[in-house]
Design a protein around this ligand. Structure first.
Ligand SMILES: *Cc1c(COP(=O)(O)O)cnc(C)c1O
Length: 424
């Protein structure tokens, strides 16, 4: 990460950073929403809904055209035959550091978490506990709660939440690893997010996975805020399973499809238990309409339904941009943007006593800063919103900002800093 001494809070400096930015041209490949008073909003909510790539419409039009002209024949004779549609997402594996066969794009995130837990949370009388972070995203809490109940356990019996130490905001790696070790005789699963949605903390996934395995348990991750944001190496880290949505850092539209990862050691084992549907059946005799499910090898064997082509077309457009740029370059720029944001925010705070908040995102992070505010927080947030800053407010009192390397500029951050300086 760039040391903050290298930064300056000046328009010239920000514009110079933009000139030197090798990814600067990508901003023009996205629609930046118009502001009330500015030509373009200061959009820092790519962690919630990424902006629309301009190429999306062509990808959707292609599928509409094939449907219009070919009807059902589009399944095999369209430009991108729908029967094979999920094959066009092989490079999704590069985004999460996996082998092609270990990843498939299907359904939505919460649905996929349930499907993966059907396979990888198989509690016994002896081993039934799940360790997760306290304050997880609500959908994940409900998923885990309903899964343990489904298996006949109460939440309190089966779920161990790792909490920050008194007076701290994020988890210490050693606390997570110790709790895993302390519960090793009863532990079935460690289920964490890759990046905590509220604090922005990025967890040490390889260490957590290793500790889970040493304890005789499995390790799975919700990568909603990590996919397209962090450099991931799911295969090498030996992660058992993971899922993510594609509409946050991956810019694939509201309610967009989800990706899953199943490590090949599970994915290539046809006996790995799962809920099945025809689209996970062996592809070459899927249309034989026979009894007896034989899974496709790899993550593809977890598919249930034929591909939702329209929403996947959006993701296809976005994935092409990831293919062009690659995660290394994105992460490199993302770190610099986020470090500049932190510098600008702290500088504004030094100079303006009206800015009463604390950055709670630790150095282990992707593109996000969470600012813990006090009773003045909502007023600051409303002021920013009135000035065309799109950030988000998370109850009870956090403002989250996520600068995204594809389309945010250093100038955006400088302008944001100027607004902070004028807050009173
Ligand atoms: C955004 C997010 C979700 C959303 O789930 P959907 O099924 O896509 O609605 C779930 N979990 C986490 C951790 C998230 O950040």
């Amino acid at each position: 990460m760039m040391a903050s001494e290298q930064f300056e809070s000046s328009l010239e400096f920000a514009m110079q950073m933009d000139r030197e930015d090798k990814l600067a041209e990508y901003r023009s490949k996205f629609f930046i929403p118009e502001g009330k008073n500015r030509k373009e909003q200061l959009y820092f909510t790519g962690n919630s809904l990424g902006l629309q790539p301009k190429s999306v419409i062509n990808h959707i039009e292609q599928e509409l055209k094939d449907w219009k002209n070919l009807g059902v024949e589009g399944h095999f004779h369209g430009k991108n035959p729908w029967f094979y549609y999920h094959h066009f997402f092989k490079s999704e594996a590069n985004v999460v550091g996996a082998k092609e066969q270990e990843v498939v794009v299907m359904n939505n995130l919460t649905v996929n978490l349930h499907l993966l837990l059907v396979s990888f949370y198989r509690p016994t009388k002896q081993r039934y506990k799940i360790i997760m972070e306290a304050g997880a995203f609500p959908s994940d809490m409900y998923v885990i709660e309903s899964q343990v109940k489904h298996h006949g356990f109460t939440y309190d019996e089966a779920v161990i939440e790792v909490k920050p130490k008194e007076g701290e905001h994020h988890l210490r790696d050693e606390d997570i690893l110790n709790i895993i070790n302390e519960n090793k005789d009863e532990l079935a699963l460690v289920f964490f997010s890759g990046v905590q949605y509220y604090t922005g903390q990025a967890f040490d996934m390889p260490a957590i996975t290793k500790a889970a395995h040493d304890a005789g348990a499995l390790a799975g991750f919700d990568l909603a805020h990590a996919a397209g944001n962090l450099l991931l190496k799911l295969h090498d880290w030996d992660v058992d399973f993971a899922a993510w949505c594609t509409y946050k850092y991956m810019n694939s539209g509201p309610g967009g499809v989800s990706g899953i990862f199943v490590h090949e050691k599970h994915g290539n084992n046809p006996d790995t238990p799962r809920f099945a549907g025809w689209w996970g059946h062996k592809e070459d005799d899927r249309f034989m309409m026979r009894r007896g499910f034989i899974p496709e090898p790899g993550a593809a064997g977890w598919q249930l339904s034929n591909a939702p082509v329209m929403t996947m077309a959006v993701h296809k457009a976005s994935l092409e941009l990831f293919d062009e740029v690659g995660m290394e370059a994105l992460v490199e720029k993302g770190k610099r943007l986020n470090a500049y944001l932190e510098y600008i925010v702290k500088k504004a705070q030094d100079e303006n006593p009206a800015l009463e908040f604390e950055i709670i995102t630790p150095d282990s992070r992707g593109c996000q800063l969470s600012m813990l505010t006090n009773e003045n927080g909502k007023r600051l947030f409303d002021y920013l919103t009135d000035n065309d800053v799109i950030a988000d407010w998370r109850e009870p009192n956090v403002i989250r900002l996520a600068p995204v390397p594809f389309y945010n500029s250093f100038r955006d951050i400088y302008d944001f800093g100027s607004l902070l300086s004028s807050f009173s």
